[in-house]
Design a protein around this ligand. Sequence first.
Ligand SMILES: [Ca+2]
Ligand SMILES: [Ca+2]
Ligand SMILES: [Ca+2]
Ligand SMILES: [Ca+2]
Length: 465
Amino acid sequence: MSPTRDWYPSRHCIASGLRSVACIVLTVLSLAAKPLPPPLQTSPIFTQEGNRIDAWLGYSVATIGDQDGDGHSDVLTTVPGFSDLFSGQPCALLYSPTQGFQIWGGAHCAALVADAGDVNGDGHRDLIAAIRMEDRRVEIYFGPLDVGQNDFQPDWVVRTSSATFDMFGESVAGAGDVNGDGFDDVIVGVPGAYGSGTNGQALIILGSALGPSTTPATVLEGTWPEGRFGQTVAGAGDVNGDGYDDVLVGAPWYFNPQDYGAAYLYMGGPSGISNVPAWSTSVTMNSAWTGQAVASAGDVNGDGFADVIVGDNSWRMPTSRGGEGHAAVFLGSANGLATSPSWSVYGGSRNAGFGRAAASAGDVNCDGYSDVIVGSWASFDPNRLTNDRVLVFLGSATGLKTSPAWTVSMPQVDDTLGFGYAVSSAGDVNGDGSDDVVVGCPWCANDQAKEGRVFVYTSTRGCGT
Ligand SMILES: [Ca+2]
Ligand SMILES: [Ca+2]
Ligand SMILES: [Ca+2]
Ligand SMILES: [Ca+2]
């Protein structure tokens, strides 16, 4: 695709309110100039294959800041298909720009990894991992991760003993600091917890100087039988600016009876997360699966209130557009999240699967507005029209732009790849001041079927220009 026209003023110009003559001249010249190239490279600075059949490398991707202290953000990915090879042994993989790609000793063949924030308040970001092996459990490793060493033992573990069907840890995320005590908190999804009035759960677990609590402070409950409440969870940031972080929970199988799938926002406060949702959204469309992705969008319009993104499947009529997928951004404000989305984008063709993964991209173009990355991947329909793609949309004073500033596609149409199944900000991997992105393709194959692959893309311009 062609890059969108955009103007990228320097940080100096933003800070000075564009008052200087140089900035005015720069503005005029920029507006008259050719469109700028995409904010991110279209070739990865780094890529790694699983190199083993069914390794599923790239199933989950995350950034957890700079763990090895080299001044560059590091990237973590899971490789859950190694679990039989490494039974009980380390198999999460970490990419450090200065140390390369290596097995990191921990997260026992986790399916999912996420940035837990700083749950014990020691100034280091911690990692939360969900393991789906002989049992389901969730582990937290306190940062800094022992890169290059074998750090086998998690610092915190919660497991389910006999409830193998509750899907414990189907989703995990950092929740931010929901009760304002200075310790970051986490959220764990249990979408298969059914029975006795339970219709899926999400557990809020509070951090402390000693680490996370062993029991949840709040158990959020779904309202619809088998709605898969907790299939997705995310920290929302502070959407209403009250100083307490808020959380998102998706229930993509919710059906009541016109709404298909739902996403909920729960507000933080001095005593933690309220167990009554402050906001919800749903789509009146069969098999919409609203909430298949929920994520903080960062602050896409720079007003100081965190914004959120919600993905749905959008099984639209006519069926020629069925399954194209859709994502919507809802803006925060002092009153909470807006009822209607400020940004609403569809996949554009049958079974494009747009919005099955979505995340904040950080700020890839260094303009002070958060940007968003969306995966459009892996149709099960062999007749679909588009390749797997990943797109980045730029924030602005008026919100997220509707045309992507950066798009990368897999070269062939192949419904088994999954390029964009997992997407995340990578933090600032190359140290140029602007944020980079990481993309997982767990069923990519280059010799071994479903070996998986991960891609890191860096910014083209950096800051200060
Ligand atoms: Ca807290
Ligand atoms: Ca809040
Ligand atoms: Ca905002
Ligand atoms: Ca930006």
